[in-house]
Design a protein around this ligand. Sequence first.
Ligand code: FAD
Length: 309
Amino acid sequence: MNQFRFSRRPDIGGRLRVSFEFFPPKTDEMEERLWQTVTRLEPLGPKFVSVTYGAGGSTRERTARTVKRILTETGIPAAAHLTCVGATREEVDAVVREYQALGIERFVALRGDPASGVGSVYRPHPGGYHNGADLVAGLKSIADFDVSVAAYPEKHPQSPDFATDIEMLKRKVDNGASRAITQFFFDNDLYERYVERVRRAGIYVPIVPGIQPVHNFRQVANFSSKAGAHVPAWLAERFEGLDNDPQTHALVASAVAAEQVMDLVERGVEEFHFYTMNRADLAFAICHMIGLRAQAPAPVAKQVNSAAA
Ligand code: FAD
């Protein structure tokens, strides 16, 4: 490594864009913690933040409330995740209109997983949207929302092959999605190869890497196998023996995520999406390392009463 590396250029932070993902808090205490996280990350000037949607719509109100609060109390553009699993089109459209009435204009459109759990067989609701692509079309028929979708560098576990997987991504983009956010991954070569395949398929929207700081290795490893994200042996080795040593675990997690993000910057990636788990520390530290600095909060827009003002 030397000082001429791309990721060490002093102007690099000005070129990078980040977004942060949160989940809707269940209790007042969790809400307080989320709010501290939002307040800490806001000055980094994220392009947007997003709030997940619980399986089968279980967080419909909490997701809406959280997005609405972010929109009202910060200057950050905020997106609501939305799934179509287990609901009719009319039910999903009603949620969209409810969100729209609250001022929500950005969505992350997802199929979702069956109530029986991630990894079990998916069956579309007979009167529902069939998949992510179908949901994007539904959203766009209601209004010209900003729509992001999911992408899978290791292919979705239910996709028989990459061609089928990328064909679904193409349908989502053809139906109006303007960016894809990837499932988390730990091997940057897989991401790079995936982006090459996507471009070869004629898909030109940003494929934003989803970065998962490893707050808890066991949890991430358990979820990975179901989500279709491979945990390399070297990663397991780095966390080996740290289950009862949270301080070292956190330091290792920080080093692992920083190493991954720096390497992606070296490969020319300029946009990142962080799965924050509602915690600011790791995401903030990594953003700092790649040169992002707190900006002064944007001035609150004032009412302009005269054309000359
Ligand atoms: P789709 O794109 O519809 O399908 C996924 C894959 O399955 C496709 O690539 C396709 O190849 C295959 N497939 C689908 N239908 C068929 C078919 N008929 N025949 C053959 N193959 C088919 N889940 C939540 O519940 N709430 C969230 O907030 C949430 N946020 C997420 C955010 C991101 C960035 C990501 C990556 C995932 C998120 N998920 C969330 C998880 C997501 O719901 C699951 O991964 C789900 O299994 C797939 O959703 P999708 O929109 O990618 O599905």
